[in-house]
Each structure stands twice: as structure tokens, then as C-alpha cells.
Design a protein around this ligand. Structure first.
Ligand code: AMP
Ligand code: ZN
Length: 471
């Protein structure tokens, strides 16, 4: 078995080599809980979910830590605007986040540490950097990381050392590469922070964003761990600063494998809160799409390629999922009612090949498109055999097992409860159409079909009677 991923640190595809055989420690930067996450954020979490499920399906035991950034510049500003205590303000967005990841069928992390619950570990880490002479307290009382004192700075992104603004300080959490300077580890309290502060050896204040992830990851995964992920926008400064802080403090390698996913775009621009071009999950569910359909779109594009979000893509996902649903119910029918008889050697070989090819595609830097190609080839081949009456109940059950294995990673084969519900008015129209057909009133039957179409439903006549499908 070979598992290979592109490592943003080495810029190469590498064979996965767990630090502890059979186990993977995985840290993913979680949401900043100052607003509802948008589906751009969920593209990133969906990529991480596919990654984690691939590792698990490969027999590895994954310990996954995802932090919740519940104190930073944005959460403080938001809580003040709403005149709510910080904890109360962020609670609502934490709850919404957990509901959303459930809707999108993501395997929950083992731990979701909150930044506000990890302050002592952050202070400890800053103290170590301070004792080593790499951190210093400036006149503004804040504590900064001196990039001049850490020549290894710049491992993920190419740094122009001449452009380094030595001795210049940047207090903001987010900044561009050309504003690279000493960054804040501990931010001294000022009036804008209101009642948000903690005591520290450097006076009252709060942590910088980057130190949060350095402290939370090593608390739960150790000083050196296997895998760290996020979106490409996190590479600089966030991940670069995490590496600098952790390696400078701990004197050992921080993370072996870094993986970053490309952005979800809307009309050529990154979906983001600051551009205002974003949809939350709720926005899309309100338009009648299911969590499963949204998941299908989010996972369908290779993670290092940007994904252009559109409603057309959601409609295509619906069509693909309906094909899969028709296939799974056909298999279920034969598994239950089909004739008895052993799976042939050729069938078994084809099933094994499909299952292995699917996993191999995912193990090859998460090539989901190739994996879906294997799945749809499998569907076509099985349908051909089913058409020819070559599937016994046992063969159908063996094919179901192959699908179940693939779905351990995809998690899209089970319809959402909302997808199975047919609204009463739609059912009434379908019944009227059926009655009109029985009375050979074709004009009326056609009118009913049109009315259903306008409500977004199509009716398909099958040997078992009419079946209603969402368009
Ligand atoms: P934030 O809450 O802004 O810190 O973002 C949480 C995660 O979502 C980070 O890993 C970001 O890199 C990622 N992210 C933000 N916007 C997008 C986007 N448009 N497409 C993909 N990932 C994104
Ligand atoms: Zn982080």
C-alpha cells in the first residue's frame, strides 16, 4: 500500500511516513467563531474530511485536533458591536459550526480545543521564547517574535530576506507578505479590548492568533506531529508563524507534512466574508439543496485546484446522486429478491479491482475525480450485468459491500431525510396525474406534469408505477 500526498513544505509529492506506525496526528485550523462559516470555509473542512477518511480507510488510526479561535481581533470587535460578553457572542457560532459539519457528514475531530481554554499553555510557550531571547517586550508592552533572531523563518513561503523589516512590529493577526515584520505573540491590553484580557508575566493582555495554534497543537499532539492542514491563505503568515514559534521554542521539527487546499471561488474571486460574496450553508439549504448535494460539490474537485462555486454544479450533483440512488435501490432490490447463486470468479475479481482502484485513487494525493470515475464505471458495469440478469442476490450483496467501502470516504450514498420527503402538494399533483392517465385524459395528465415541473419535480413512469424525483 502506498499513500502519497503533496507536501507544501517540500513542494513535492511524498510517501506518507507516520511517526508512530499505524497512527496519524492531524491538526486542522478551525473556524474563527465571529460569524457563520461560509461554504468556502467548508470546502477546506471537506477536503480535510476526505483526507481523514482516506487515512482511516487505509487502516490508520487518526487523532484529529481542530481548534476553535474564540479570541482574536475579529471576535472581540464582533462581541463589542453586539454588546455581548465574548463567550456568549462566540457560543452561537460554535453551535452553528457543529450543526453545519454534521449536515455535511464530516467525521468529528477527537478534540476541539478553544483558544480561551488554552491560555496558560500559550503563556508558557511565549515564556520559553522569551527565555531564549527570541521574544521581546516592546515599548507598547506587547510581546513580539523577532524574525531576525530566527534565521529559519520562511519555510513554507519564499521569503525575501532583504525585504524583512527588522525591528518593525506588526500587531495585527492578518498581514501580507510585504508587511512581514516581528509579529505579536502577546498583545498588551488596550481600551479597544474592553473586558477581554488575561494576566501574564508581561501584564494584562491577550494572545496573538498564531500562538494559539502552536500551543493547542502541541498540547494535544506533541511537539512534533504528522500532519497539519488549512486553506492556502493560511500559509502566510499564520502557518509560517506557527512553524517559527514552535520550532524556536521546542528545538525540534514541528510538522512533517503540510497540506493546503485551494480556494472556493465565486466568479473568479475567493469567497470571503470581507468581499461579501459568500453563502452560508443555511443560505444554500434554504434554496432547496441538501447537505449531501453540497458535500458532493465540495469534495468533487481536486483539493489543490480552485473550485468554482455555482448552482449549476449543485444541479449536476443532484443528477449524479440520483443515478447513484437508482443504482443502490436496484442493488437492494436484487439483494433482497434476486435468485440465489454464488458470485462468479470474474464478478469477484471485478469487485475487488473496483474497490482497490478507488482507494488507490484517493491514496494518490486525494484524487477524488479519479475515484468518482471508478465509482461510475462500476455502476455502469454492474447495471449492464443486472440488465443481462447476471446478478444473483449474493452478487448484489457483494456489490453493495464495494459501494459501502467507497462510501466510507465519500459519505454521499445515503440520502438526507429531506430528500426523501415529498411535499403534500407535489404528491397531490402526482396522484391527480395518475388519475387523469387512468381516465385517458392525456391533456390533463400533461398539465399536471407541467405543474410538477414548475415546482421543481419530475415524474418518471417505472414498471412499479410513477416515481417522483427532484429536478
Ligand atoms: P477562517 O475562519 O477565515 O480562519 O477560515 C477557516 C478556514 O477556511 C481556513 O483554513 C481558511 O484557509 C479556509 N478558507 C477561507 N476562505 C476559503 C475559501 N474561499 N475557500 C477555501 N477555503 C477557505
Ligand atoms: Zn491555525
Amino acid at each position: 500500500m502506498s499513500i502519497q500526498f503533496y507536501n507544501s513544505l517540500s513542494h513535492r509529492v511524498e510517501e506518507l511516513a507516520p511517526i508512530n506506525p499505524g497512527k496519524i496526528g492531524m491538526y486542522t485550523c478551525g473556524p474563527t467563531v465571529y460569524n457563520f462559516a461560509h461554504i468556502g470555509n467548508f470546502r477546506c473542512y471537506a477536503f480535510e474530511d476526505i483526507l481523514k477518511r482516506t487515512l482511516m480507510a487505509s487502516g490508520l488510526k487518526v487523532r484529529h485536533v481542530m481548534n476553535l479561535t474564540d479570541v482574536d481581533d475579529k471576535t472581540i470587535r464582533g462581541s463589542q458591536a453586539e454588546k455581548l460578553p465574548l463567550q456568549e457572542f462566540t457560543r452561537k457560532y460554535k453551535d452553528a459550526f457543529f450543526a453545519d459539519i454534521k449536515t455535511l457528514r464530516m467525521v468529528p475531530a477527537n478534540v476541539y480545543p478553544a483558544a480561551t481554554e488554552t491560555i496558560p499553555e500559550m503563556i508558557q510557550l511565549i515564556q520559553t521564547l522569551f527565555d531564549k531571547g527570541i521574544a521581546y517586550q516592546a515599548e507598547d508592552k506587547s510581546v513580539y517574535f523577532s524574525i531576525e533572531k530566527w534565521p529559519a523563518y520562511g519555510q513554507l513561503v519564499k521569503i525575501d530576506r532583504d525585504a524583512m523589516r527588522v525591528g518593525v512590529r506588526i500587531k495585527m493577526d492578518e498581514y501580507a507578505k510585504d508587511a512581514m515584520a516581528d509579529f505579536a505573540l502577546w498583545k498588551a491590553w488596550d481600551e479597544a479590548d474592553g473586558d477581554v484580557w488575561w494576566d501574564s508575566p508581561w501584564g494584562k493582555g491577550r494572545p496573538g492568533w498564531h500562538i494559539e495554534c502552536s500551543a493547542m497543537s502541541s498540547k494535544y499532539l506533541g511537539k512534533t506531529f504528522d500532519l497539519h492542514c488549512g486553506g492556502v491563505d493560511n500559509m502566510f503568515p499564520h502557518h509560517e508563524d506557527e512553524i517559527a514559534q514552535s520550532e524556536a521554542a521546542n528545538g525540534c521539527k514541528f510538522v512533517n507534512l503540510w497540506m493546503h487546499c485551494a480556494h472556493l471561488m465565486v466568479e473568479g474571486q475567493k469567497m470571503s466574508k470581507s468581499l461579501g460574496n459568500f453563502y452560508t450553508l443555511k443560505d444554500i439549504l434554504a434554496k432547496g439543496y441538501s447537505g449531501r448535494e453540497i458535500r458532493y460539490v465540495l469534495i468533487g474537485t481536486y483539493y489543490r485546484q480552485s473550485l468554482n462555486f455555482s448552482f449549476q454544479a449543485l444541479d449536476e450533483a443532484r443528477g449524479n446522486l440520483q443515478r447513484l440512488d437508482a443504482f443502490t435501490s436496484r442493488l437492494a432490490d436484487v439483494a433482497k429478491n434476486g435468485a440465489s447463486g454464488a458470485v462468479t470468479a470474474e464478478q469477484q475479481a471485478a469487485f475487488d479491482a473496483a474497490r482497490d482502484a478507488f482507494l488507490a485513487a484517493l491514496q494518490n494525493d486525494l484524487n477524488v475525480s479519479a475515484g468518482l470515475g471508478v465509482l461510475f464505471d462500476f455502476l455502469r458495469d454492474c447495471n449492464r450485468e443486472l440488465d443481462g440478469g447476471k446478478f444473483t442476490a449474493e452478487a448484489a450483496r457483494a456489490a453493495q459491500a464495494v459501494l459501502a467501502k467507497m462510501d466510507e470516504i465519500l459519505a454521499v450514498l445515503e440520502p438526507d431525510p429531506s430528500e426523501l420527503q415529498i411535499p403534500a402538494e407535489v404528491q397531490a399533483l402526482a396522484d391527480e396525474r395518475q388519475a387523469a392517465r387512468a381516465a385517458k385524459d392525456w391533456a390533463k395528465a400533461d398539465a399536471m406534469r407541467k405543474a410538477l415541473d414548475e415546482l421543481g419535480w419530475v415524474v418518471k413512469d417505472t414498471p412499479k408505477g410513477p416515481q417522483l424525483l427532484k429536478k
